[in-house]
Design a protein around this ligand. Sequence first.
Ligand SMILES: Nc1nc2c(c(=O)[nH]1)N[C@H]1C(S)=C(S)[C@@H](COP(=O)(O)OP(=O)(O)OC[C@H]3O[C@@H](n4cnc5c(=O)[nH]c(N)nc54)[C@H](O)[C@@H]3O)O[C@H]1N2
Ligand SMILES: Nc1nc2c(c(=O)[nH]1)N[C@H]1C(S)=C(S)[C@@H](COP(=O)(O)OP(=O)(O)OC[C@H]3O[C@@H](n4cnc5c(=O)[nH]c(N)nc54)[C@H](O)[C@@H]3O)O[C@H]1N2
Ligand code: SF4
Ligand SMILES: [Mo]
Length: 733
Amino acid sequence: MAASSPFRVVHAVCSHDCPDSCAVLVTVNGEGRAVKVEGDPAQPVTQGFLCAKVAKYLDRVYAADRILYPLRRKPGAQKGPRPRGRELESFERVSWDEALEAIAARLRQISETYGPESILPYSYAGTIGVLGYGSMDRRFFHRLGASRLDRTICAEAGGQAWNLVYGKRVGMPSEDFRFARLILAWGANIHGNNIHLWPFIEKARRAGARFIVIDPYRTRTAALADWHIAIRPGTDVALALGMMHVILNEGLEDGAYIAEMTHGFERLAERAHEYTPERVAGWTAMTPSAIEQLAREYATTRPAALRMNYGVQRAENGGAAVRAIAMLPALTGAWKLRGGGAQLSTSGGFAWNKQALERPDLALSSPLGREARLVNMSTLGHALTELGVKPANRVPSDRSSSLGCEDGPPVHALFVYNSNPGATAPHQNAVRRGLARADLFTVVHDLFFTDTTDYADFILPATTFLEHTDIQGAYGHYFVQLSKQAIEPPGEARSNVWLFSQLGQRMGFPEPCFRDTPEEMIRQALAIGVDGYSTNQGMEHITVEDLERQGHIPLSFHRHPEAEPFLPNTSGPLPTPSGKIEFYSEVLAAAGADPLPGFSPPAESRWGEAAARYPLELLARKCDNYMNSTFANLEGHRNWEARGRQRLEMHPADATARAIAEGDPVRIFNDRGSLRLTAMLNPSLPAGVVAARLDWAKFQPGGSNVNALTSERLTDIGAGATFYSTLVEVAKA
Ligand SMILES: Nc1nc2c(c(=O)[nH]1)N[C@H]1C(S)=C(S)[C@@H](COP(=O)(O)OP(=O)(O)OC[C@H]3O[C@@H](n4cnc5c(=O)[nH]c(N)nc54)[C@H](O)[C@@H]3O)O[C@H]1N2
Ligand SMILES: Nc1nc2c(c(=O)[nH]1)N[C@H]1C(S)=C(S)[C@@H](COP(=O)(O)OP(=O)(O)OC[C@H]3O[C@@H](n4cnc5c(=O)[nH]c(N)nc54)[C@H](O)[C@@H]3O)O[C@H]1N2
Ligand code: SF4
Ligand SMILES: [Mo]
């Protein structure tokens, strides 16, 4: 652009909770208004395009319903659902000064009365910018002595399961999928949730690769596959073990790789021996010959790439499933070739200096004087309603605790940011009962009036990624990226860093770290040394100045992919206890859990006790044009795929058995709640499985969404949420 042009282009990064972490070029006009967002063509994974959700991002940035200033609940106004567009009737505008003073005073009082652990921060990945996701906020809550949140809602079962096998969440680079001859997408809706992997898959397919999808739901990804296996939910452990059975029976394993790189092969082989294709067929609803074919294709096609995403681990046995699936490329030695191996996440490649960012040491200066207890976010309803009662724990974990809620005082203050638990947390009716408590002091920092702000005492306006500066890694690529503020925030919207810096100062915390600027915190995250270079492992070649110039810089092991391709898990030692890939886990054995992967059906499945009353397995799914509950308020996003959103998809056999026809109003229910939707027949679902979409509860008929049906039961590993293990019954309404 000519120097005289009134337009400038700013390099930002999409901070939504998506593996792709796209490099975004924002064009800003002379009046400081963003007029265009586009994908950076120079970023090798973004490749110049954005997904359908963010291509129309200016609709969100300049939405008429953005919250523009701090709000306080009016005296006497009830907590609870407000009709869309009438939220302001319950709130009054206050200045930031007033809001911050009042919040600080109330938190101080609650801390003094009930102990600081009665304050619970609740947040997730509204932004995955390193600063916005966890920095000044953590400093603030550590220094306060508030309860720590165990962030289990999304990926803990799978993440911990993967780490039990490989030690670290790294996998093949997305760009290398183009070299694969077979691509297996296992519980991964690539087209909907991870679109920037797709061009590499297309490239591989043009060169002759086969593309197989294992997913109970016929996603757009599945519809595009050469072979879609509509497996029954929660039976992936059995399928992976059945594949191992065939691979070992037919001698298709890579003995040399197994001998050099793995631990516990003999015991795994014994276990796999039990999983004959006939037995596995009974659980998965596949035929024995399909299981044999899948195993043979997978083991004999080279390179074979496996894209697992977090779909399989949202089941009660999701940890075992991810472990079993993750072991497949270790049995066949698929890691050895470029274009082979697996990817669950790449996040383990980014060694940010979290100590400096989050300052857990500040807890020692808090009134508590020690590290605070953990509260599991996947049991928020329990934490807010069953005051002081611990949920049963059956979950081995690599954490100090994976309890739903450790001992300590009941929760009296809830501080929500980066999240909308009123829509996204399981067991919605318990969550809402908790949020509605008159004695609970609730602050919500968000951009819109969500299902959660309806219960707030204070609502504070937050920023989009165009309106603050941050630095970001990714869980689907290996580039460090700088996100520069492109525009001024509208109204009085303020970033997470600003908010918690202000609150820290109002609380009178003397530590200088509460005054750090985002620019200083970026240098801390990178651990910039005296020579200006990062001292973080894998980032030693990175300077802030180069990031300013280039926007994105690959991690060191991914700098020269052509000359030195990154081939994870091809040489040891690995960061596991044995230094090897662990088929057998002493850690699990010591925790009293099964050290090998083994199939046990979820309690909430067709084999469970409750199936007598609630025989249908519900997939409580995400929307392709939302990001969990984000974007649900925007007309342009709602219109898209309109049919899917307020529908219950059913197999025709299940519908007929209940005298339900296409378009009938239906009631979906279990012991936890009920929901009214419109029936839509979908013969591509496995019989006995129904599906519905996540939306804002206030937009659904009856004011609840699918999470009124999901449970607070936790996963076998990692104490994660089990959105995809939910039993329901359906009746014509
Ligand atoms: N468009 C869009 N993109 C998103 C999100 C969104 O809401 N919308 N969410 C973001 C977030 S938070 C995350 S964590 C990632 C997650 O990305 P994914 O892991 O891809 O997320 P899911 O859609 O939960 O699950 C993937 C698929 O697993 C399938 N599945 C469910 N149960 C089973 C099972 O038992 N076995 C098998 N084999 N498959 C099963 C589901 O039908 C689904 O199609 O996506 C991110 N990207
Ligand atoms: N039924 C069902 N439930 C699910 C899932 C499912 O597949 N099915 N998926 C689960 C998964 S994988 C996840 S990750 C969770 C996600 O659940 P949530 O963490 O609740 O995620 P979102 O619904 O995207 O809500 C994020 C909120 O953060 C706000 N936000 C965005 N940027 C900022 C910021 O910079 N500052 C502040 N303060 N706020 C910001 C957004 O406006 C939005 O309201 O949902 C889980 N719930
Ligand atoms: S949501 Fe994902 S695909 Fe879409 S722009 Fe953001 S990072 Fe890219
Ligand atoms: Mo997630």
